[in-house]
Design a protein around this ligand. Structure first.
Ligand SMILES: *Cc1c(COP(=O)(O)O)cnc(C)c1O
Length: 486
């Protein structure tokens, strides 16, 4: 740390001498070594750190007997500041191979999209003004017609996230009445968000039908009573049931259901025009098959900001928009701006309309290109091994796509290297397989490459012999990814 700062606070004493009188808080705060922390953490937080450090020192046995020198005092304050700096929101590099990673901010937005909405958000805008009449207008801009074009929904509305979509939908359509849900679809979607709980909170009564692996159209129809308001089908977003299974044809249920019962689907991922999951049912397909309402996330596959979207019958969407609690669900203008731009790009088939999964899976050569760039920049540091990418974020739980990974040739134990990567100024999040730290090329972004290379140049300590110890697994060997991460 800068010497000049030590001198200024302790003019009356040499800085390396043990000191039994601690400096004043204000004097310490003026020193140069704290300036960067005041910048990044704010003056009040740094003041609090300084106060706490001094007060703990005063009470410590060691200080009372031997005092403390300036360098040591500064080091203690810096260590505490650094702990806080690590808790700030910070950009990081995702080398896990999970594209939509719930712990890592879910979907990265396309930079072009972000740049395009800058002025719309840094200035005033027509969020609730109808420019044709000068009167108060709705918030949705062109979002509803754009979504009609994309999904064939008669009308759509946007809320803060898809959990909110589901809650609003159940509250408005089924409060105090019955909702029929298959036993195979009573899922938990991470973060303690459980379908039966949200149903109970919304004031609806759950009527379970079918079994874990088999639910038929007849099961739904047999469960209908006077009290039934809604049939809810939920996409099994973060697990798959294989083997002897049967889910009803939604069209069959839709055709047989009495008109006054709403058929709603929590589609989850927001699959629309993406091309990499041909077996998944898209929002449009659910609506076409007869769903009255479909709700989904705006970021997972769609590629927009995180939000929830409900699309479907115009009369039902109107009811949802009039719900007294709608105000608490409605997103900020930042979300509307990003979503509108995204949808325009998507409908024009421009790359800025692609979500991260589509961008990655439509260009596998780019993954291999990144592997080669890293190996060329850091010779002897890696061995390329076959691995997989998963889309993640509670989508496509059963799909693993091939992706290259680099196993790090480093003398440290895997966990130690994994921690060191995470402690870099721009943290790198990697995975471990068979005691090897893997950097998966699928989830690296082009903007990550320069900083990744320069950081790894100082971090990795290649050990040439280690190469022999790497077992190259068979292609198709499943990556071990914790369910938490999905
Ligand atoms: C992801 C998901 C949700 C939750 O969406 P959020 O936008 O995270 O609130 C709900 N249902 C399904 C089926 C999902 O896949």
């Amino acid at each position: 740390m800068p010497n000049q700062s030590q001198a200024s606070a302790t003019d009356h004493q040499p800085s390396t001498q043990p000191n039994f009188r601690l400096p004043q808080v204000e004097l310490l705060l003026q020193q140069a070594f704290l300036a960067p922390y005041i910048d990044s953490l704010s003056r009040p937080l740094v003041t609090q750190v300084v106060r706490e450090t001094l007060s703990e020192l005063r009470q410590s046995e060691g200080f009372r007997t031997t005092g403390i020198d300036q360098t040591c005092l500064e080091a203690q304050i810096i260590a505490r500041c650094q702990r806080l700096v690590r808790q700030r929101q910070t950009r990081l590099i995702n080398a896990t191979g999970t594209l939509v990673h719930t712990n890592l901010g879910r979907s990265p937005l396309n930079a072009e999209l972000w740049d395009e909405v800058r002025e719309l958000n840094t200035g005033y805008n027509n969020l609730e003004l109808d420019l044709a009449t000068g009167k108060r207008g709705g918030r949705k801009g062109l979002i509803s017609p754009l979504l009609t074009s994309l999904t064939q929904a008669e009308d759509s509305l946007v809320v803060n996230n898809n959990a909110a979509s589901l809650f609003l939908l159940l509250q408005e359509m089924a409060k105090g009445r019955e909702v029929i849900v298959s036993r195979g679809e009573q899922i938990q979607i991470g973060g303690g968000f459980r379908i039966p709980d949200i149903l109970a909170l919304s004031g609806a009564t759950l009527v379970e039908v079918g079994t874990t692996n088999i639910t038929t159209a007849k099961d739904y129809l047999d469960a209908i009573t006077e009290q039934t308001a809604l049939v809810l089908m939920v996409h099994r977003s973060n697990f798959a049931i294989r083997g002897f299974t049967e889910s009803p044809d939604i069209g069959e249920v839709a055709r047989a259901l009495p008109d006054h019962i709403v058929l709603a689907v929590d589609q989850g991922s927001g699959l629309t025009t993406e091309t990499f999951a041909p077996d998944e049912t898209s929002v449009r397909q659910y609506l076409k098959a007869g769903a009255d309402l479909v709700c989904y996330s705006g970021d997972k596959l769609l590629g927009g900001p995180q939000c929830g979207i409900i699309g479907g019958r115009a009369d039902l969407i109107k009811r949802l928009e009039k719900h007294p609690m709608m105000r608490t669900f409605r997103p900020s203008r930042i979300v509307y701006a990003l979503l509108e731009r995204l949808l325009i790009h998507k409908l024009n088939k421009s790359p800025a309309g692609d979500g991260i999964a589509q961008r990655t899976l439509s260009n596998p050569a780019a993954m291999q290109g990144r592997a080669e760039r890293l190996m060329a920049a850091l010779p002897d540091c890696f061995v390329q091994v076959p691995a997989q990418l998963v889309v993640g974020g509670g989508t496509l739980p059963d799909e693993f796509y091939p992706a290259p990974a680099l196993a790090c040739l480093d003398s440290r134990p895997a966990q130690q290297l994994l921690d060191a990567l995470r402690e870099l100024p721009v943290p790198v999040i990697a995975t471990v397989r068979q005691q090897q730290v893997l950097l998966n090329m699928a989830s690296l972004l082009e903007d990550d490459m320069d900083v990744l290379i320069s950081q790894l140049k100082t971090l990795l300590k290649p050990e040439k012999d280690i190469e022999k110890t790497i077992e190259i697994p068979q292609a198709g060997h499943p990556l071990s990814i914790s369910r938490e991460a999905l």
